[in-house]
Ligand binder design. Structure first.
Ligand code: JHZ
Length: 394
């Protein structure tokens, strides 16, 4: 049975940045989170139609961050040296940040956002501009045979029907092939109070516990889990066919299940406590921003992340508290944040000496940003974050 534990109010499509003339009749939905007693999966109560989120106008470019470029290069090197795959497939290849490290002759991609599918096709990687389904996996198997490595980053948690997703993987994996995927970790979200991991795209936030249940009922098994710092705390899950007896559960699999149980991720009350923390965070953030405004400070936001769409819409933060948002992504610049319609400008135009305080929308890149913005910090500039609690820092 699914039980609701969190209501983040009316929210827009987090990555649908708007031009001035597009504010009227913006699509909004109820962003609520539920916990499934049977599978232990945390999901959104209401799913948004995939075509509304993932289409030719999709704006999120993974390569906008140096941290992520290094992350994917080192992972590609490791997977190649440890598993030596021949046929490789990436689900949700975005701008090619991961597959660019593999040979285009036997590396394939699935990417429903046409703008990005064109990019990787231009890089000579055969890219299917479609959503990942069992039907598509059968077609790929027919055309190219089974895959030794199927990889997906920040994509599987976007897919509503996980049974179909995992059946599609099982169908296409070679007998000793591996399926590796990484997504935000539910445990980290709960520990850090980062409720902004919840937005339209994130249909589910995964625990290892829930994934174990869902994968096993689809003929797959987890054998390893890497805990990652990227994107505010993610898990990389290594999966094999149940019928593959050569690999067995590693220590990381057991220790992750144990940590999740100790935290109480299998118990509904843990989520009710989390919801109280979220409301407190909202009140503290709004009070802090109002005080800064009353003190005459210029406050902006740094990074028009999807996560910031959740925070500002949930907290009712608009242009009166945050003057504008700076972001390096060309397709976001000149547009407005979904829901709040706060303008987005280039850091070259907006991250200047007039700024007193910047709310860190991209708090998951704190280290990269702190290293980059030393002159802002040395002239007394400050940042705000709500993770793990609302605070100002420099
Ligand atoms: P960032 C996206 O979430 C969407 P978002 C998606 N659903 C997902 O799961 C995660 O990614 C992985 C900007 N920036 O990466 C770039 C600067 O301006 O946290 C981005 O617009 N200056 C697929 O959108 C934004 O901040 C900088 O120095 O929450 C960060 O967005 C840096 C480092 C980033 O993902």
């Amino acid at each position: 049975m699914k039980k609701e534990f969190l209501d983040l109010g009316k929210q827009p499509i987090a990555n649908k940045f708007l031009n001035k003339g597009e504010f009227d009749n913006e699509f909004l939905f109820d962003l609520k989170a539920v916990f499934d007693d049977d599978t232990k999966l945390v999901s959104l109560k209401e799913f948004v139609a995939p075509e509304m989120m993932f289409n030719d106008d999709y704006t999120y470019h993974a390569s906008m961050s140096d941290t992520m470029k290094i992350h994917f290069k080192s992972l590609a090197d490791r997977l190649q040296s440890e598993f030596n795959p021949v046929n490789v497939l990436e689900i949700g290849s975005n701008d090619g940040i991961f597959i660019r490290h593999f040979n285009p002759d036997n590396t394939f991609a699935v990417e429903p956002c046409g703008n990005f599918a064109d990019m990787t096709n231009d890089m000579e990687y055969k890219t299917y501009p479609e959503f990942w389904t069992t039907k598509l996996s059968k077609l790929i198997k027919q055309e190219h045979g089974t895959m030794d490595l199927i990889y997906a980053a920040n994509c599987i948690c976007h897919i509503h029907d996980l049974d179909d997703t995992f059946t599609a993987v099982r169908n296409l994996l070679s007998e000793d092939g591996i399926f590796v995927f990484e997504d935000p970790s539910l445990l980290r979200m709960m520990e850090r109070g980062s409720y902004d991991q919840l937005y339209d795209e994130h249909a589910h936030i995964f625990s290892v516990t829930a994934l174990k249940n869902l994968l096993e009922r689809n003929g797959l098994e987890i054998f390893r889990v890497d805990n990652l710092n990227v994107h505010g705390g993610s898990n990389r899950i290594y999966v094999k066919l149940k019928t593959n007896r050569y690999r067995t559960h590693e220590q990381s699999y057991f220790s992750n299940l144990m940590q999740e149980e100790t935290f109480g991720l299998d118990v509904f009350n843990t989520y009710e406590i989390f919801a109280e923390r979220v409301e407190k965070s909202k009140n503290e953030l709004v009070s802090m921003l109002k005080k800064l405004k009353d003190d005459g400070k210029k406050v902006i936001a740094y990074g028009a992340a999807s996560k910031a769409t959740t925070v500002f819409n949930y907290c009712g933060i608009d242009n009166s508290l945050i003057e504008y948002i700076t972001d390096t992504t060309p397709s976001k610049i000149g547009k407005h944040q979904p829901g709040t319609h706060i303008p987005i400008i280039s850091p070259d135009d907006g991250f200047d000496e007039t700024v007193d305080v910047a709310y860190l929308g991209a708090w998951n890149f704190k280290t990269e940003i702190m290293n980059k913005e030393t002159s802002y910090l040395s002239r007394g500039g400050k940042f705000i974050t709500h993770v793990p609690q609302v605070m100002m820092f420099s």
